[in-house]
Design a binder for this molecule. Structure first.
Ligand code: GLY
Ligand code: MN
Ligand code: MN
Length: 437
């Protein structure tokens, strides 16, 4: 993302905060993995959205109409010894020169400086509850300013949800955000293709995961957007399976839910395919139902349709399919009304996608489902999960777990499937795997 994009976002935020307000946005804290080892730092998405600043221990502050500068960045100072051990720092000068801050201060001085910035402001835009430790700092700064009342200082009367405003902005993607998401999608398509080529009976699930990770990084992604799900056979029926260590058996399916993060934007793809490259007739029967449900749901991704339209379309096709396969018995409308499909389809058909894999943005506005608008991106991911031993389920369906997931951009004329280049029909998948064999 370039500097102009970040500056544009800050300008929009400044207009919302306005001269009576101040906005405070910290980045994410660091987390210990074990011993002296930290998890790789990933900036808070809201913080990154506004700054592009990737270092830990940083806080962005926005003070519209402040004469000495409106965009303030608190960050770590340069420190040659620390940088030799742990890596480069932008420092105070870099915060201004490289990241466009009007003013920058050492993070160690924040408790001294922040109360002065809050003084005489009417409201603070801040996201309470996300980082409870940081909340305590904010409350202490407000208390300090309140304590100066007798000196004629006004303290803020409201704390307004910053997240609410930022998330409305993040929900509709700009041209540059869409370009980053297309790149994330492209890398992930290549990774899933490589996984299909790699898969064969006898491998462990993590050996196929290795193909995914290799392709992600070769493509310029530094991390998956979420832990990859690589589940063979019965593991395909565990929605967020991440052990990825079982042997892949001939005759079983493999469900892979994996997506690269690129320049802080996620992709999220699921494909389900036969370990040996050929669908059995039972696997194919269920697969065709899920595929038809996904097509029906994607067709409902249109500007002006509401958030739940794709889900309702998917549920209809899945329920009808389950009846045709004799897995559910009864009248389709009644089964839908009773939610009978939930035994085999227990999640929803999608979620917003963006900097976070389950991205921000409200799904309802007031009591109504949100209407889709050009620039929104969502996943469409129906599935059916038929674990062994399910009461009343014929044996031929046991351990068939299928999900098919693509990333879909709402356009002015309909939609664009960002991950549409990846093999999806039975014929496409079998042909791709046969070529690799
Ligand atoms: N990968 C998580 C999800 O599909 O929602
Ligand atoms: Mn997924
Ligand atoms: Mn998803």
């Amino acid at each position: 993302m370039d500097k102009q994009e970040f500056a544009r976002r800050r300008k929009r935020l400044m207009d919302i905060v306005n001269s009576g307000g101040i906005a405070i946005q910290p980045t994410a804290p660091e987390h210990v993995r074990n011993g002296d080892v930290l998890f790789p730092h990933r900036a808070d998405s809201d913080f990154h959205y506004l700054t592009g600043f990737a270092e830990p221990e940083a806080v962005a502050v926005f003070v519209p109409d402040r004469k000495q500068g409106e965009f303030l960045l608190f960050c770590r100072e340069r420190d040659p010894a620390a940088e030799t051990w742990h890596g480069r720092r932008a420092g105070i000068e870099g915060a201004c020169e490289l990241y466009g801050a009007d003013d920058a201060f050492p993070i160690s001085d924040i408790d001294e400086i922040l109360p002065g910035l809050i003084e005489n402001k009417e409201r603070i835009f801040y996201t309470m509850g996300r980082y409870p430790e940081f909340d305590q700092h904010v409350l202490a700064w407000v208390a300090e300013v309140s304590g100066r009342k007798r000196a004629g200082v006004h303290s803020p009367e409201e704390i307004v949800s910053l997240a609410h405003h930022l998330h409305e902005m993040r929900l509709v993607k700009s041209r540059k955000e869409i370009a980053a998401m297309k790149q994330a999608a492209k890398i992930s398509v290549l990774a899933h293709e490589q996984a299909m080529r790699t898969c064969k009976p006898g491998l462990r699930e993590y050996e196929v995961e290795a193909a995914l990770l290799n392709t992600f990084m070769q493509g310029g992604s530094r991390s998956p957007a979420y832990p990859s799900i690589v589940g063979g056979g019965e593991n395909g029926c565990i929605l967020h399976y991440t052990e990825n260590n079982a042997v892949l058996n001939d005759g079983e399916l493999l469900l892979i839910d994996a997506g690269a993060e690129y320049d802080h934007y996620a992709s999220d793809i699921t494909r389900t395919f036969p370990v040996n490259g050929r669908f059995s007739s039972a696997q194919r029967d269920v697969y065709e139902v899920v595929l038809a449900a996904q097509a029906a749901a994607i067709a409902k991704v249109q500007p002006g349709n509401h958030w739940n339209d794709p889900h309702e379309a998917a549920v209809k096709v899945l329920t009808k399919g389950l009846v045709e396969l004799n897995i559910l018995k009864g009248r389709v409308p009644t089964l839908i009304k009773e939610g009978a499909y939930r035994q085999y389809y227990m999640h929803r058909t999608g979620h917003w996608l963006g900097m976070d894999v389950h991205d921000v943005g409200d799904y309802k506005v007031g009591t109504q489902w949100r209407l889709l608008e050009p620039g929104m991106v969502l996943t469409v991911e129906p599935g059916l999960y038929l674990p062994a031993g399910t009461k009343g389920l014929a044996k031929r369906w046991w351990n068939i777990g299928i999900r098919i997931e693509d990333d879909v951009l709402v356009t002015s004329s309909g939609n664009e499937v960002l991950t549409g280049a990846l093999a999806k029909s039975v014929a496409e998948i079998e042909a791709l795997m046969a070529r690799a064999a």
